[in-house]
Ligand binder design. Structure first.
Ligand SMILES: Cc1cc2nc3c(=O)[nH]c(=O)nc-3n(C[C@H](O)[C@H](O)[C@H](O)COP(=O)(O)O)c2cc1C
Length: 232
């Protein structure tokens, strides 16, 4: 780790603790602390179409599932340094739809190609050799190689400043590769999904170091405190 810039940590920080007043940090400094510590973040490989129906794909790790009822997925889409919208944000504004494709280990290379800042109108799926499957309820395709994909209709866009917007979409249809989900009990198999997460910088993590840890009823915690860390 490099030393913190002089004056950034507060002088009264407790021994062994480094603190930061976010009001004193630049956007870039806040970004580094947040994406380094809020990890791993799931990655959405988002497919959209523009008003002419041209396909676009790009990864977003300011992404998560925020609600199941309604089923809401959220994307944090930055503007370009020029202030222009990224193709994804512009397409969602134009068509009010997007599809989130879950990024598996096998999809990492294609995802990274889709992150290249191609000129608007470029079909990143074609560049990456990925298969565009027709959407069922939205005009956006889903990616045939993705282990799971969620078709979303635009719900709300939160204008939170001059540098980015937060787009909420309501899931209206889902595609799962058959081996990733039990269609009877709806259990999704994390090993088959093999999702990848984003760490700080250019880091990534797989989800292969997996364990189960049930939440305890009060009675279990009182009677059997070791259950708090009984992983399986
Ligand atoms: C793993 C990964 C995660 C990313 N997450 C975001 C993000 O959350 N928000 C964002 O604006 N850009 C993010 N980017 C950068 C965009 O993918 C990149 O700017 C892309 O070119 C946007 O494409 P578009 O103009 O076709 O929408 C990420 C890139 C990678 C590789």
């Amino acid at each position: 780790m490099t030393a913190q810039p002089a004056g950034k940590p507060r002088a009264e920080a407790a021994p062994g603790i480094v603190t930061f007043d976010f009001a004193a940090l630049s956007p870039r400094e806040r970004y580094k602390l947040l994406i380094g510590a809020v990890v791993p973040r799931p990655i959405a490989l988002v497919t959209t179409v523009d008003a002419q129906g041209r396909v676009n794909a790009a990864p977003f790790s300011f992404f998560n599932c925020l609600s199941a009822d309604p089923a809401i997925l959220a994307l944090g889409v930055e503007y370009r340094p020029t202030g222009a919208q990224k193709d994804t944000g512009r397409n969602v504004r134009e068509t009010l739809a997007f599809t989130v494709n879950i990024v598996s280990d096998a999809l990492v290379e294609g995802m990274n190609i889709c992150a290249v800042p191609f000129e608007p109108g470029t079909d990143e799926l074609a560049e990456a050799g990925l298969t565009a499957q027709p959407g069922v309820k939205v005009p956006c395709p889903w990616i045939g190689e993705a282990p799971a994909a969620f078709e979303c209709r635009h719900h709300t866009t939160l204008g939170i400043g001059n540098s980015r917007e937060i787009i909420l979409g309501e899931v209206v249809y889902a595609h799962f590769r058959a081996d990733t989900v039990n269609a009877g009990n709806l259990h999704v198999d994390p090993a088959a999904l093999d999702a990848v997460g984003r760490m700080g910088g250019h880091g990534y993590a797989t989800t292969r170091d997996y364990f189960d840890l049930p939440t305890m009823p009060v009675a279990t915690w009182r009677a059997d405190p070791e259950a708090a860390n009984r992983r399986r």
